[in-house]
Design a protein around this ligand. Structure first.
Ligand code: BV8
Length: 231
């Protein structure tokens, strides 16, 4: 589907839908994460200052879940494409799970952070993090206690590596969006950013909010559509 001669520059954007078939709930679908909790309480800086234990519990539970899931055929197909693509390639994920990394993706940006990292509110150091973050976690860099937070981008906070993202969008010739509903910005605005300059394709279980902006929309489960598209 994607011919290597001339190797156009590719940008791929993924959302929660790509990890659904690995067993991780999405946000807005039936039984999704945002059905169970209020975004304001767990995914905003205000929610963290109001009740940090609540937020630690929310992300500790999601981090623990990672041990029960594995990358699926869609994650693996994108890692394969990254490994062999001779042209520019960037995979931008909104997901905070580690399934793209575990599938072998390397040219990857976690624009909303990762459950596998924690940040110190004192020295701002970002450290790899296995177990739980708690009210008395110690910063591996400055040794301070009690000022660690999950390295997750909350609503109202600036996404990570935006410069690298917009540089790649600025020269991409194929923009592929997978498993995202197109509700959250700035990610939901990327297709408009490349429209008219790049070929744009959406692979999603149901059309996203921005589906009309894409040249091509294919509906179906990511584990079927993605391997077929990159084959
Ligand atoms: C709700 C929305 C209206 N609000 C925003 O967008 C806000 C405010 C805002 C900014 N600009 C705007 C413009 C207009 C309106 C509002 C705004 N944005 C922000 O606050 C952002 C920060 C937002 C990040 C928040 N953190 C997340 N995640 C980490 C936390 C956590 O994970 O706990 S967002 C979180 O929700 C989003 C969920 O969306 P999806 O991943 O798409 O999941 P969803 O469940 O919605 O959909 C799943 C899809 O998959 C499909 N699917 C399901 N199963 C399958 C399957 N099997 N196969 C294929 N597809 C499938 C379904 O059909 C569905 O379409 C993801 O981004 C996810 O990361 N920061 C910011 O703007 O900073 C300033 C700034 C200024 C200038 C330039 C840049 C920035």
């Amino acid at each position: 589907m994607v011919s290597t001669d001339a190797a156009p520059a590719i940008v791929v954007l993924t959302g929660a839908g790509i990890s659904k078939e690995s067993g991780l709930a999405t946000f807005r679908c039936e039984g999704g994460a945002w059905q169970q909790v209020r975004i304001e309480d767990v995914a905003t800086p205000e929610g963290f200052s109001r009740n940090p234990q609540r937020v630690h519990d929310f992300y500790n539970a999601r981090r623990a879940q990672l041990a029960e899931v594995t990358p699926n055929a869609a994650h693996l197909a994108l890692a394969e494409l990254d490994r062999h693509w001779p042209g520019d390639f960037l995979l931008i994920t909104q997901n905070v799970d580690d399934l793209h990394e575990r599938a072998g993706s390397r040219r990857l940006v976690n624009m909303h952070g990762s459950l596998r990292r924690a940040r110190c509110l004192g020295c701002e150091a970002v450290s790899p993090w296995e177990g739980n973050t708690t009210l008395d976690s110690r910063c591996p860099a400055c040794g301070e206690v009690g000022i660690m937070r999950p390295d997750i981008v909350w609503f109202g906070e600036m996404p990570q590596q935006l410069e690298r993202i917009y540089a790649a969008l600025g020269q991409c010739e194929l923009f592929l969006s997978i498993g995202t509903s197109g509700h959250v910005y700035p990610a939901a605005g990327f297709v408009a950013e490349v429209q008219g300059r790049a070929r744009t394709v959406e692979l999603n279980l149901e059309p996203s909010k921005g589906a009309s902006l894409f040249d091509e929309v294919r509906q179906g489960p990511a584990t079927e559509l993605v391997p077929e598209f990159v084959a």
